[in-house]
Design a protein around this ligand. Structure first.
Ligand code: ATP
Length: 328
């Protein structure tokens, strides 16, 4: 390999935590070690960069974390990093330590911050997509998505047991403020009667038609999976509207909430995190900057951060159709 473009790097986790962030951190630290690059962990995202909260890391600092949810570096939403003064402080700390490359593990907000930091001060940055929402362009999956999806699926399976026993209708809210990936795939995987996601214009009439069709086929209980960011109505409003038209229904609401972020990362997330953490360090060594490491069709690819933020992974609308056909 040619001489590395970086000698001392720092790594941070930022924004919403996601299972697999630790596995990505482990991969960054150990890849750096392998190539004789000094590596510092930054605590609490961009706050740690501003406050100089750096921690020298070696292979043993990341032992036993590949299977742990959350992030041992901790994550934060840093308001100060959105200010020029905050970023200046962060840069001063990087200069003091001689940091010449930064790996930022997080979602689109984290990448926006990294991009601005790079453009202002020229420090090399590389993004690693760590968010359960799967809403980042330039990678087939984001780290944490597969685990969150399986957690949602397990929870909905359990809800189904009680729904079936009591002939109930359940509206289940899953995470996804702007994206319906978790809702769509967990809904399909659990045989939901309907799936409501922000990417699609849903209508209450269509939902009610599905209830009526389900009745005709003898369905006695149903699950409707609703993304957090659904525009039609939230789960409580949906339950209320449904009760008015179907007064005999025994309707319940379940919000899965933060349990979807936690837990040990799935095998797919650990493998993805390991590959992207490795790719982030080797990318920096090759002189790449202002890009995100991602995995597309099983290949490591680098996408300009600008594109990763601006473009969107399209929802596969076929899945909605398949779910509809199979649910009745
Ligand atoms: P998730 O998708 O899981 O919520 P995220 O990375 O999008 O993760 P955000 O809270 O949006 O989470 O962003 C993380 C951090 O990135 C912010 O707290 C802030 O420090 C930094 N950041 C976001 N937007 C900007 C910006 N415009 N300028 C500078 N920094 C920013």
């Amino acid at each position: 390999m040619k001489e590395s473009a970086v000698k001392k790097i720092a790594v941070l986790t930022s924004g919403g935590d996601a299972p697999g962030m630790n596995a990505a951190l482990r991969a960054v630290v150990r890849t750096a070690n392998y190539y004789d690059i000094e590596c510092y962990g930054v605590r609490e995202g961009y706050n740690g960069l501003i406050n100089g909260d750096f921690l020298k890391m070696g292979p043993r600092s990341v032992k036993n974390i590949i299977n742990q949810g959350g992030t041992i570096l901790k994550s934060a939403r840093s308001m100060e990093f959105k200010t020029k003064e905050g970023r200046q402080k962060a840069y001063d700390h990087c200069v003091r330590l001689g940091i010449d490359g930064l790996v930022c593990i997080g979602g689109d907000g984290t990448f926006t911050g990294a991009k601005i930091f790079n453009e202002e001060f020229g420090i090399r940055v590389i993004g690693v997509p760590g968010t359960i929402d799967n809403d980042i362009f330039g990678t087939d999956n984001t780290i944490g998505y597969d685990t969150a999806l399986n957690t949602a699926m397990d929870a909905i399976d359990k809800i189904r047991d009680t729904a079936t026993s009591h002939n109930r209708v359940f509206f289940v809210e899953v995470m996804g403020r702007d994206a319906g990936f978790i809702a769509l795939n967990s809904g399909l995987a659990t045989g939901a009667l309907d799936i409501l996601i922000p990417e699609r214009k849903d209508s209450i009439d269509e939902l009610f038609t599905n209830f009526r069709n389900a009745e005709k086929t003898g369905k006695a209980s149903s699950i409707v999976v609703v993304a957090e960011g659904e525009k039609l109505a939230n789960v409580y409003e949906l339950a209320e509207k449904t009760k008015k038209d179907f007064p005999d229904y025994d309707i319940r609401v379940a919000i899965l909430g933060h349990m979807q972020r936690g837990g040990s990362p799935s095998c797919a997330d650990r493998v993805l995190a390991s590959r992207l953490g490795y790719g982030a360090v080797t990318g920096l060594m090759e002189g790449k900057t202002n890009v995100m490491a991602g995995m597309r069709s099983n290949d490591l690819v680098y996408t300009p951060i600008e594109e990763a933020i601006k473009k969107h992974n399209e929802i596969n609308k076929d899945l909605l159709l398949i779910s509809k056909i199979l649910a009745i």
